[in-house]
Design a protein around this ligand. Structure first.
Ligand code: NI
Length: 166
């Protein structure tokens, strides 16, 4: 297991659509283990494969909730969005130094494949629903700065020029 190099906003890999995983291989399991290591090293609550430069549809999440153990999802799909919207502050390991309030559906249902190749279905709300949406967005090349108003985005991108890692 190893900590992989994080990719930051501006890196083209973060804007590409990740590809569906065809098979759960040893290589994929190693990627997932490394993604957990990287997420914990950076004290994140979620990480998507493109953030370590891999264009596979894989995410890892640890919502720091005693009732929800950390988990990895392969080919996650949000199959239902709740009608109610919720606003909360988001950050991203690929955009360190920036945080902004983002409005998203408060609840989602997600279908995916687990690390044993099993089908997984998750009903989530609150923080977990937010993390799931944020990470699945990464697989489609979408960042949280795309989910705010044009004015807010301009301010964030301006600030990014000052705080982005070299
Ligand atoms: Ni992120």
């Amino acid at each position: 297991m190893a900590i992989r190099e994080l990719r930051f906003m501006g890196d083209p890999v973060l804007r590409e659509k990740a590809l569906a995983v065809a098979e759960v291989t040893a290589e994929l399991r190693a990627l997932i283990a490394d993604m957990f290591d990287t997420m914990y090293a950076e004290e994140g609550v979620g990480l998507a494969a493109p953030q370590v430069g891999v264009g596979d549809r894989v995410i890892v999440i640890d919502a720091r909730d005693d009732d929800v153990p950390p988990f990895a999802l392969i080919n996650p799909q949000i199959v239902h969005f709740g009608e109610e919207l919720e606003r909360d502050e988001e950050g991203c390991l690929s955009i360190p130094g920036l945080k902004e309030i983002v409005e998203r559906p408060a609840a989602v249902r997600v279908e995916a494949i687990g690390i044993e190749g099993e089908r997984v279905e998750i009903e989530a709300e609150g923080l977990l629903a937010r993390i799931l949406q944020h990470e699945v967005d990464h697989l489609d090349g979408i960042l949280f700065v795309d989910r705010v108003s044009t004015l807010k985005r301009k301010m964030l991108l301006k600030r990014w020029q000052k705080v982005k890692p070299e």
